[in-house]
Design a protein around this ligand. Structure first.
Ligand code: AP5
Ligand code: MG
Length: 215
């Protein structure tokens, strides 16, 4: 299955992508995670992307498209993939359609996780992540078994730099201005399925799998 997860920052794209990826055994590709890994390694791409991410802005399309182009060309994507956080602009969506079209392929589904803005702010202020393995938690909704320690690898969990409230508000703005128009874009193409992501994590996962027709 070739799937796109669309949704505001903090809507639960990453959380649900992990569940779908395990269930369908297809790779989970998060452009945000790829940028953060470049930032940690201090690459040129990481340095460029960091300026935008810290400001709560989108990274320019040319840089983002380049990393997706390289990633979806890898062998593990031949049976499908989950794109989490890409596309986020109309030019990115046009690129994806064209790139898949050249391979004689197309997206199967665009899953839109809808969560209201006030809930987003609650979620992102309580999110903690493991910088080592990338696992994501919430201090109230999805706590680690031991406070501040990753359940998966035992490293210390931290708050993401861009989860400070002033940056979250900028990210939400960028979402409404640049990404939300993709809802209509994919609706017109008959690819959009919307799931309200307000319920508990497990209940949202059940609704997501049902919407995708996965048992
Ligand atoms: P990215 O890392 O993609 O950030 P984002 O879209 O802002 O989304 P998040 O990762 O913050 O949220 P999520 O939807 O994955 O939610 P999560 O599952 O963690 O991108 C970061 C930056 O990189 C961007 O700002 C941009 O600068 C740049 N970038 C990336 N892609 C780009 C692109 N295509 N073009 C240009 N720039 C790009 O959940 C959030 C929290 O809520 C967690 O604590 C979780 O435990 C909790 N939670 C999840 N579900 C539930 C639930 N149902 N109930 C209660 N709590 C829940
Ligand atoms: Mg994420």
């Amino acid at each position: 299955m070739r799937l796109v997860l669309l949704g505001a920052p903090g809507a639960g794209k990453g959380t649900q992508a992990v569940v779908i990826s395990e269930k369908l055994d297809i790779p989970h590709i998060s452009t945000g995670d790829i940028f953060r890994s470049h930032i940690r390694s201090g690459t040129e791409l990481g340095l460029k992307a960091k300026q935008y991410i810290d400001e709560g802005k989108l990274v320019p399309d040319e840089l983002t498209i380049e990393i997706v182009k390289n990633r979806i060309a890898q062998d593990d994507c031949c049976r499908g993939f989950i794109l989490d956080g890409f596309p986020r602009t109309i030019p990115q969506a046009d690129y994806l359609e064209e790139a898949l079209g050249e391979l004689g392929k197309e997206l199967d589904c665009v899953l839109n996780l809808h969560v209201p803005d006030e809930e987003i702010i609650r979620r992102l202020s309580g999110r903690r992540v493991c910088p080592h393995c990338g696992a994501s938690y919430h201090i109230l909704y999805k706590p680690t078994k031991t406070e501040g320690v990753c359940d998966v690898c035992g490293n210390k969990t931290v708050q993401r730099d861009d989860d400070r409230e002033e940056t979250v508000l900028k990210r939400l703005n960028a979402y409404h201005e640049q990404t939300e128009p993709l809802i209509r874009y994919y609706e017109k193409k008959g690819k959009l399925v919307t799931v309200v992501g307000r319920e508990r994590v497990e209940d949202t996962s059940a609704a997501v799998l049902q919407a995708l027709g996965v048992k």
